[in-house]
Design a protein around this ligand. Sequence first.
Ligand SMILES: Cc1cc2nc3c(=O)[nH]c(=O)nc-3n(C[C@H](O)[C@H](O)[C@H](O)COP(=O)(O)OP(=O)(O)OC[C@H]3O[C@@H](n4cnc5c(N)ncnc54)[C@H](O)[C@@H]3O)c2cc1C
Length: 531
Amino acid sequence: MDADVLVVGAGPTGLMLANQLVRRGVRTLIVDRHDGPATQTRALGVQARTLEIYQHLGIVERAIELGRKATGVNLWASGRRAGRVPFGDAGLGLSPYPYLLILGQDDNERLLGDALRKQGLAVQWNTELVGLSQEPDRAVARVKQPDGSVREVTVGWIAGCDGARSAVRELNGIAFRGAAYEHVFFVADTQMTGPMVKDEVNVYLWPEGFHLFFPMRGADHWRLVGILPPELRGREDVSLDDVIPSIREEAGSGLAFQGCSWFSTYRIHHRRAERFRRGRSFVLGDAAHIHSPVGAQGMNTGLQDAYNLGWKLALVVSGRAEEGLLDTYEEERVPVAQRLLRTTDQAFAFVVSDSRLVGVVRTRILPKLLAFVMAWKSIQRLAFRTISQIGIRYRESSLAVTLPGVPAEAPRAGDRFPWLRLKRSPDGAVEDLYERLDDRCFTLLVVGQPAPPGEPPGAGDLLRVEVVSSDPANDRELARAGIPRPSFYLVRPDGYVALCGTRLDGGSLSEYFSERLRLGAARRGEGESRA
Ligand SMILES: Cc1cc2nc3c(=O)[nH]c(=O)nc-3n(C[C@H](O)[C@H](O)[C@H](O)COP(=O)(O)OP(=O)(O)OC[C@H]3O[C@@H](n4cnc5c(N)ncnc54)[C@H](O)[C@@H]3O)c2cc1C
């Protein structure tokens, strides 16, 4: 075998997956048909859940340094500022990163690429997947090399992180169902001044659509996103100059454009791969789902796909778990993609609807209504949970087991384990639990009862045990998250609750590891690699 896993595509999804595999000791190759990293900003919003993963990768400080926190969204209609939705620290207490970070896709890719290089793996650029075949125990990829020759690469698994036109998806005959919207978007990175509120997102709503202005790094640097006026739709040679009149018409004549470093138009599709795995191939990111950019979910969803699959592949490749574990990638991530397509489709239909009535709602009622309801803390938090992706959960997954006795309001199996700040010992300092979790292992959190004697059976060095010490500050924090005493939570490497219950007994743990995770069935490499 040339490698355990071939990652096809070095966009954000492929770079994240390669990082997750390499740091778990998996022999990985990553190829991309482009001649180097992308220089276009494309996606802009980095969600809290992504920053939580960046923390484990050691790149979160740099991301925050390079990006800008989105503090608020200003809604404009008929040339006037009609409302402001405070965005600031809407998720305070819910995540160490309670905000949306504005950081271009190119910066994200650079950080992920640097992290990968530090671990000793470089992307093979100018290298394109052109064919593949699968055997029961291996896959053979045909890749076109920079000199034009085609080489065969034998690997255990192929991860298609190769974007909307995925070769991995097509070579596997996986249908990509959905359709294109009739609207064409434009994006422009501009140098401009105008009435926009500085350092905040500005949304201009108008009867036929909208324009978004995102503040970017650097003085007077704005990313503009909008819909092409219908009369420009069929044209190939559209430039910023062509859309400026319509922007001025809606956003006011006070805009002054000094420059434009990137202008692009693109047609949006809403499509989903009918399955995310076929044999030894997987599809992730845009290869698996594409949708409108409403809500800044696209890049983040691909990164979460990779985080979900990474630890599972590592366990299977090292021989510690059976291949069946890999079916849970599709089982858990297809419903996320389905929900995402549904909600972004509804939101998109509303923001682009040509109906006169919807136009009136969008320009007259929506700004005031949003500003009013978003002033409520509880609604702000609900919106944060949804948009930041911390609310994504896998309660229906075959990997989620909630034992009887766990109260209804407590976190349950399949939920992201809540962010807590706990004292390790009664006289110790309060520490961020997420910083203590090693995302290459399972963590057993034991509350209000002693740890099981000896090594808990079934997982060997894959399991770390943390006993939450009894302390009034810890009790308050646990109560805030609805965690009962006594209880125990087995947290997966990707931060989701695998198993939870009240009284801890070794039997339910070992049963979970052998029956659900199917650990130990194929123990070839025990001790060689971590999850
Ligand atoms: C103009 C534009 C603006 C956008 N704006 C936003 C936004 O504001 N917010 C948002 O959330 N999303 C936005 N998106 C979408 C966002 O960019 C994607 O969701 C994100 O890039 C998906 O990442 P990915 O790694 O899955 O795929 P990609 O970034 O598409 O990466 C796929 C990689 O695979 C490589 N590849 C393809 N085929 C092969 C092959 N056969 N062999 C080897 N390599 C191959 C490609 O070269 C590419 O580098 C925008 C997209 C576009 C085009």
